[in-house]
Design a protein around this ligand. Structure first.
Ligand code: ZN
Length: 308
């Protein structure tokens, strides 16, 4: 089997960097690259300093479904989209290069006539789909429905979305990405459990930023006689303020749902199970809400110090 490498010529690829971040203070959206996602960067408008990954997530606060979209999920880290056009050769395979190398095979999709993203296409007398997707290229397969019938030349548009480059990330982002990957594979129960692990690691990271140590948590757990997680949340909220009550209740429901999955425990409430996609939205909303509280508390502290 011959593979046509980018033949006939394709239109030049379009590159877009997914590096938009949103200042948690003034809401300014800017685009910045960053090698270590835990670096503090200043907002170009208000000059307020924030942690890069906080501003990256803040940008998607009300659109967290984009990380687990079944067709065009974006990575939970800055990445790249590449798009191009191909003239399809009937009953052939074509090798299409992205022009960049992704860290792992990207999400690849095509656009149908209504410009909706789709995994495969049915065109005039021809079916088109990706046979394989690798980090540098993909192989396009086309098959005619009726080989005797004339098939017109047809162009299609494709797009790939993924992460590139070496970036240092906090561990909870890696685990959150693992949870998103499980949800995308419809591994609902494993995805739900992984989300809770990601959230616990996020709490540890937030405790560290607030200057609280593991020993502080152990002492609090012993003195309050509550679980590690409850102690961590109480300590965090003691410094930066409480989450909205409905979000706290959703977190309790999710923790119970996780216990039912892992230990088969009976629920104390009659709350309905969330899907893993709904749980993902709750965790992103919680993380970004805690970050908002953290920055608000930091601003208040600065104002008090300036006033003294
Ligand atoms: Zn700003």
């Amino acid at each position: 089997m011959n593979i046509n490498s980018n033949s006939p010529p394709i239109a030049s690829n379009l590159f877009f960097s997914i590096s938009a971040i949103c200042c948690p203070h003034c809401g300014e959206i800017s685009s910045q690259a960053c090698e270590n996602l835990e670096t503090r960067v200043p907002c170009p408008i208000c000059e307020y300093e924030f942690i890069y990954v906080d501003a990256f997530l803040h940008h998607f606060k009300n659109n967290a479904g984009i990380f687990i979209d079944p067709i065009h999920a974006i990575p939970i880290a800055p990445g790249y989209t590449v798009g191009g056009e191909i003239q399809v050769i009937p009953d052939d395979v074509q090798l299409i290069s992205y022009g960049i190398t992704y860290n792992r095979p990207p999400e690849l999709f095509f656009f149908n006539r209504k410009i909706q993203p789709v995994r495969d296409l049915v065109l005039e007398n021809i079916y088109v789909a990706a046979l394989s997707i690798s980090t540098d290229n993909f192989i396009l397969l086309s098959r005619t429905f009726d080989p005797v019938k004339a098939t017109p030349r047809q162009r299609i548009r494709w797009m790939s979305v993924g992460e590139i480059g070496e970036q240092e990330k906090p561990i909870w982002i890696n685990i959150l990405q693992n949870a998103a990957d499980l949800i995308l594979k419809s591994e609902d129960r494993a995805g739900l459990v992984m989300l809770q692990i990601a959230f616990d690691f996020f709490l540890d990271s937030l405790l560290g930023q607030l200057g609280l140590t593991e020993n502080n948590v152990k002492a609090a757990t012993r003195s309050w006689k509550i679980s590690d997680r409850r102690a961590k949340i109480r300590m965090i909220e003691g410094q930066i303020g409480k989450l909205p009550e409905d979000l706290t209740l959703k977190l309790v429901d999710l923790a119970e749902q996780r216990n039912r999955i892992v230990h088969g425990k009976k629920s104390k409430t009659d709350s309905p199970d969330l899907t893993s996609a709904e749980a993902f939205q709750v965790i992103i909303e919680t993380i970004t809400s805690y970050n908002d509280l953290k920055y608000a508390a930091q601003r208040d502290k600065v104002l008090v110090e300036e006033a003294i």
